[in-house]
Design a protein around this ligand. Structure first.
Ligand SMILES: *Cc1c(COP(=O)(O)O)cnc(C)c1O
Length: 229
């Protein structure tokens, strides 16, 4: 049996402790529970244990869970690759999108965000590994994309996100996260302050916290192995 409640308690303690070790406040890091390919029962257990933010990376699966659980207190984050033909349903159901990498997608999300809902929170996904096969805007292209997103009326730019290749060594893990942190500093120097650095997963969240992550996205550390659907 997977003890989601117990895992959450331990992880919250660990996030607070790691933040303090990194010279930050114990509350500096928010926990996004990545519930993709996890059963509804695990999400409901996590919500009952006080977890508020959940992340999904498949549009259909995420929307179905949002509708079935139907809990207004939960905050839903889309963290997967977003095809342009699926922007509408994401704009209508999610609270955040972490994976904006193109102006076309951003424009559609803004146009399609229902007037009855608050602005959609977005992060720009940056390809910090600079590998052509990877998702995300290049480091050099980030400032231009961010400036264009700021013009879109129904989006609220929150910050930057990255999904670097997994590395084993702690110091190596820190490097891509450091690049994202520096990029956020560069935005600030250009008059664009942001409040979110979405970085760190189950395997590398400690390194991300040492590079000022404000939101770690943890799946298996909370829920155990994912079921294939
Ligand atoms: C699956 C996923 C995660 C969580 O991965 P774990 O290794 O299970 O913690 C985080 N971010 C993104 C974008 C993901 O797709």
């Amino acid at each position: 049996m997977i003890g989601v409640t117990e895992n959450l308690r331990k992880i919250r303690d660990l996030l607070a402790k790691t933040a303090v070790d990194a010279g930050r406040s114990a509350e500096a890091v928010q926990l996004l529970a990545v519930s993709k390919k996890q059963p509804l029962s695990s999400i409901i257990e996590a919500a009952a244990a006080g977890q508020r933010d959940f992340g999904e990376n498949q549009v259909a699966e995420g929307v179905e869970k949002i509708a079935t659980i139907a809990d207004d207190k939960l905050v839903w984050h889309f963290i997967g690759h977003l095809q342009t033909n699926k922007t509408r349903v994401v704009a209508e159901h999610f609270d955040w999108v972490h994976s904006v990498e193109r102006l076309k997608t951003a424009r559609r999300l803004s146009d399609q965000r229902p007037a009855s809902l608050p602005e959609l929170n977005v992060c720009v996904q940056v390809n910090v590994d600079n590998e052509p096969s990877k998702s995300g805007v290049t480091i050099d292209g980030t400032l231009d994309l961010v400036r264009e997103i700021l013009e879109l009326p129904r989006l609220h730019l929150r910050g930057l996100m990255c999904l670097p290749a997994i590395r084993d060594d702690f110091e190596e893990q820190r490097k891509p996260f450091r690049q994202l942190r520096r990029l956020a500093n560069q935005l600030r120097a250009n008059g664009i302050p942001t409040d979110t650095l979405s970085m760190g997963m189950s395997a590398d969240f400690r390194a991300a916290i040492f590079e000022d992550s404000t939101m770690v996205r943890l799946g298996t550390a909370i829920f155990g192995a994912r079921t294939e659907q």
